[in-house]
Write a protein that binds this ligand. Structure first.
Ligand code: CA
Length: 198
């Protein structure tokens, strides 16, 4: 009986482990030369321009294009994407983006979901952060440990701007990774080790 319970627990843990990996974003580095695959409530945002025209240090691995935002009202001046992947409880989601100070020292990342499923204009934040960004390009990341209440909601992400932003925030090479929360991963490995010994 104890072994059956352990096997069930291990199966559950393995199901969580199976969520590990990259959640693909469309055109995450803006290499199409436009932002057509990103939704914004404000038409024409963000702009997409070549690194060669606006060179900032550390852009060697960022391809040909990047996106930029200027001043704006946060209610409308943001850019987001749905992923087609739902949150799984006890998984850790890490949204990363390269950002550069193009006139604004603030960068912003947000992980959330659509309050009306499928409608990005109803983006609802689950966790967000504002970053003090430098002129040289650098990578910044946002971590979200999904609770049970988030399970089943579609993972959505978005980036700048913030109300009060008065200059440009430059963004490139976004990525989204999911892994089991560290405690859960250890639990699964422990259970599997225990089953092996039996
Ligand atoms: Ca790029």
């Amino acid at each position: 009986m104890k072994q059956i319970v352990l096997m069930c627990l291990a199966a559950v843990c393995c199901a969580f482990l199976a969520q590990a990996g990259t959640i693909p974003l469309l055109n995450p580095g803006f290499e199409t030369g436009n932002a057509a695959s990103w939704f914004s409530p404000q038409a024409g945002l963000p702009g997409v321009v070549p690194h060669a025209t606006y060179p900032h240090a550390n852009n060697e691995t960022l391809g040909t294009y990047f996106a930029y935002y200027s001043a704006g009202d946060f209610a409308t001046s943001w850019c987001g994407q749905k992923t087609g992947t739902n949150f799984v409880a006890n998984n850790r989601y890490t949204l990363a983006a390269w950002m550069s100070n193009g006139g604004s020292a603030s960068g912003f990342l947000d992980i959330g979901y659509c309050a009306t499923p499928g409608d990005l204009s109803t983006f609802t934040s689950l966790t967000s952060a504002t970053y003090a960004i430098t002129v040289p390009w650098a990578q910044y990341s946002l971590v979200y440990d999904a609770p049970l209440s988030a399970a089943g909601k579609e993972v959505c992400v978005r980036f700048p701007t913030k109300t009060g932003n008065t200059g440009g925030t430059w963004v490139d090479q976004m990525s989204l990774e999911v892994v089991p929360e560290p405690a859960l991963g250890l639990c699964a490995l422990g259970l599997l080790a225990l089953l092996r010994r039996r």
